[in-house]
Design a protein around this ligand. Sequence first.
Ligand code: EPU
Length: 357
Amino acid sequence: MQSSSAHPTSNDRREGLVIETDVNLKPYNTFGLPATARRLVRIREELDVRRVVDHPELGRAPKFVLGGGSNLVLTRDMDAVVLKMEIPGLRVEEREDCWIVEAGAGVTWHDAVAWSLEQGVPGLENMALIPGTVGAAPVQNIGAYGVELKDRLESVDVVDLTTGRRVELPAAVCRFGYRDSVFKQTGYGGLAGKSVITKVRLRCPKPWQPLLGYLDIERKMGETGIAAPDARQVFEWVCEIRRAKLPDPARIGNAGSFFKNPVVSAEQCRDIISRDPHIVHYPMADGSFKLAAGWLIDACGWKGKSVGGAGVYEKQALVLVNRGEARGAEVVTLSRAIQESVYGRFGIRLEPEPVVI
Ligand code: EPU
């Protein structure tokens, strides 16, 4: 059995909670939008959640769980107590049929992917460079280049925000869908606002099999002549593809894809194709079709357009960007204008991916 640890768990921390007040959230959201948190607590170990729950004031106050802030549009100051997830830790355990990579919720997702490869564990490479933290990854079931988080999830540890109790949830109960999970759902059994993910276990199956069926990756294989890439090669290709078409949030504020790719029935799809034969569409297993929202927005002429400081990225119309001093309200105005024009031309309602506060 192989077992290693990148970050020792912190047991040298003094007891008790540090409650920071009037914290500037601009550095904590990848869009770089201005907002202030009235109260913010850094969660550096699971026990900190318990401390919040047991706290005489914080325990009863509404809470907002903040990961990497990469799926967030802040239009106002945050009244809820912000729990900023900073739980570290990476370990790997080798089993006969898989490797289990266990990561603290505060680990940067890409670091977990890169670290796993360094340990000789393949399987996460198609999801390289997705912004955000490990703890946020299951919430919206992140995915890219043919792999979704749900395809690699073993289990998550969650702490109940009312009782402070921890439970381990196996992937099967997480109700995963396209950019959706039980952690986002508010209806019956939904866990949105009720619990916080503290640890994630990822399952990388043996033997490793590359997933190369995505057009951009096939193109790389053609260009390089490499027909049987290893996981490190796929990782590098995915990083190159993403860097070429998606803005680096460290330089240009953004929250990744702003809308989900809409799913329509075969009949609707045929109807749209009869009017727009070039529309990019992918058949789904259940007979429906997924349409490329980026193509729809591009077709409506939005690429490069702006509303105040908010704009549509020049190289990928599905990504809205902060051109400098954008405010959350400008991002929302721009996104509504895009929704209206796509609805007007195609009769399709685009659903935003990020959480708007
Ligand atoms: N397209 C255009 N014009 C544009 C943008 C896209 O014509 O301005 C066309 C492309 O040419 C392509 C198609 O639309 O034929 C799809 O574009 P792309 O391959 O860039 O992927 P996407 O559907 O826009 C999705 C995910 C991304 C993920 C990529 C790769 C969603 C909402 N987005 O984007 O995830 O990285 O596939 O798997 O599902 C994210 O969720 O934040 C995200 C970046």
